[in-house]
Design a binder for this molecule. Structure first.
Ligand SMILES: [Zn+2]
Ligand SMILES: [Zn+2]
Length: 314
């Protein structure tokens, strides 16, 4: 399923099987989870750097020699820029990302640089494991950057938040889940995963939060989350795209509150999160779609029609 022109529907295309370059694995795709970033690329909200492009950066696939691997968003780095040398490969100036700069997993077959492929917990099925590869990994990086927040707000309760809620509860934190106003289905979903409190973005959590992770791409949530923070707390914006952030009184930032973003992931994040996901263990809630229905999966994500994550099956 190919994105030819941002803003237009993905098209089913028959393409030659990709040939692995030196260092790449050829993968038979068994599942590829859908990320909000895919939707932003599809909707021309972030720039597609390569067109046409096969989207998809949460790929579970099998190598020619029968090994199961996961392919995340970070697809290649130069290994030598100042960020790579400092162990911050997520900020590599030449990084190439799966499903944006490199054809991804909305396909039956793909290729991936072996050094960036991740080993997956053996007990999870392909469909269950796929959403770990971005929702889980980026969510985990966001959680880490919020420090040891005992009361944690999750703004936007989709693929990432439903995994991080389980991790946070496992770590003994209280989770406050904030959804679209009136979205009772998602609020019940969050409660079922251990959230202490659920409510709409038009409500205020009953306690001051020590950290807030924003997964929804709605800029208005930043001052709202900041306003809900205890002194010293951190708001982490975990998405690649967000609408403009409205202004807010300095008093809400005062007392050492922090607003920061998360960009991409390192391979170390991947290894740490996948080990943690096995320990918790994280159970993903998935809705599956045939690969040919990728456009419908993206529409359902846009409209909030499913709980958890969507996964495409070739
Ligand atoms: Zn680099
Ligand atoms: Zn993603």
């Amino acid at each position: 399923m190919v994105l030819e022109r941002p803003g237009e529907a993905l098209q089913a295309r028959t393409m030659a099987d990709p040939e692995p370059a030196p260092g790449q694995l050829r993968l038979r795709v068994s599942a590829c989870a859908v990320c909000r970033t895919d939707l932003h690329l599809r909707d021309a909200e972030i720039e597609a750097t390569k067109l046409p492009v096969v989207l998809g950066h949460q790929i579970v696939g099998t190598t020619d020699d029968g090994r199961r691997v996961g392919v995340p968003w970070l697809g290649w780095t130069d290994g030598e820029c100042r960020y790579c040398r400092q162990g911050r490969e997520n900020l590599c100036i030449s990084a190439r990302f799966t499903g944006r700069d490199i054809d991804g997993g909305y396909a039956e077959t793909t290729v991936a640089d072996e050094r960036f492929c991740l080993e997956l917990p053996g007990e999870l099925s392909d469909v269950q494991a796929a959403p770990l590869l971005c929702g889980g990994l980026i969510g985990y990086r966001a959680l880490r950057l919020a420090g040891d927040a005992a009361r944690l707000g999750l703004y936007g309760f989709g693929s990432a938040a439903h995994q991080i809620c389980q991790v946070a509860v496992h770590q003994g934190r209280e989770v406050y889940a904030v959804t679209r106003p009136g979205d009772e289905r998602t609020q019940r979903f969050a409660s079922g995963l251990g959230a202490t409190w659920t409510g709409g973005s038009d409500e205020s959590p009953p306690e001051q939060l020590d950290g807030a992770l924003i997964f929804a791409s709605v800029g208005e949530l930043v001052p709202a989350a900041l306003h809900a923070l205890a002194p010293g707390g951190t708001v982490v914006c975990a998405g690649i795209h967000m609408s403009d952030i409205p202004s807010f009184p300095y008093e809400d930032l005062w007392h050492e509150r922090t607003i920061r973003s998360v960009a991409n992931l390192t391979r170390e994040d991947g290894h740490e999160f996948l080990a943690l996901a096995r320990e918790v263990p994280v159970h993903t809630t998935v809705t599956t779609y045939a690969l040919a229905d990728a456009e419908r999966a993206l529409a359902d994500l846009r409209d909030g029609r499913f709980s958890g994550a969507a996964v495409l099956i070739p």
